[in-house]
Design a binder for this molecule. Sequence first.
Ligand code: HEM
Length: 326
Amino acid sequence: MKQDLAEMCSAINRGRSSPARHRYATVRQLAATSLGLNVVLLVSGGVVRLTGSGLGCPTWPRCTEASLATTPEMGVHGYIEFGNRLIGVVLELVAIALVATTIRTRSASPKAWLWLAGAQALVVPAQALIGGILVLTDLNPYVRALHFLISFPILFAAAALLRRTRDGAGPRTATVRHGLRLLTGGLLATASAVLVVGAFVTGTGPHAGDPRAARLPFDPDTLTQVHADLVYLLLGLTLATAVTAHALHAPKRVQRGIIVTIALIVAQGVLGYVQYHTGVPPFLVALHMLGAGLIFIATAWTHLCTTGPASPDIACRTATAPPYHA
Ligand code: HEM
């Protein structure tokens, strides 16, 4: 099937110049950059917390009362916290470029692309604002959880835009049965629940970002148990989805997404137990945060792959990667 469509696409495109495709490719590259940078921001936010640099810049939007940037007096914590702020600025510039490029293709690209680009350009400043409130509230743990979790809607918008630009600008349709789409949606919802509880576990743990920061009034062991139980639910659901997808001969890209998700959950689960039983060493916690981002992207991507181009002809003319269902 992949081969057939690839051949059909080269036949359709023979002798056609396609300036629109170049612009679509730029949208795709920017969406991929945004996705990657969001993962970097997720981990760099973790580094701020794990090195105790949460108040390295003690105010916001300036770093100190007298300076927008950090100063040598703020020491290494100032550089770490300010570096994290700078990554946020770069992310917003990428989101603005994404909106501008999408607007340039708007006559031929679906409205959803502009919505997905615009959502990123709006939510990134919202995240910076919440980061500011976090600093001004001396790292309130509820605000900290919100600041962390708001990354995931941005990751979803970037992944959805990337998926769509790869598939082309034509109409979309489901590529799997409704029941399987429900299952992949369930995976995404359960993974999100694991992330939310994880953020609360962190709120009870030792890595607050600064010794002055308050901690959540919950029992860390009970919350960790709920977190791990949800992971077992996620793993069971992912295995059931893998069997269903195989039995229904779901497109290869959906089956690949599920396999990658299973591998990531197992690795992250082992890491979770190791860090829990070794007193949450910062390096392992940083890896755990990276794993959380990758698992979210894997479940989101798998779900996004359950739809695809409805019209091979339009897809062949506008897709920035080979459009295929198989
Ligand atoms: C699919 C598997 C898992 C995912 C997606 C996941 C995700 C997360 C997330 C998002 C956080 C919060 C990070 C933050 O707020 O900075 C977290 C924290 C944590 N997780 Fe997991 N987790 C998983 C499995 C586990 C398992 C099996 C355990 C072991 C019992 C575990 C133990 C912990 C602990 C102890 C923390 C708190 C770390 C700290 O103090 O900063 N996790 N997890």
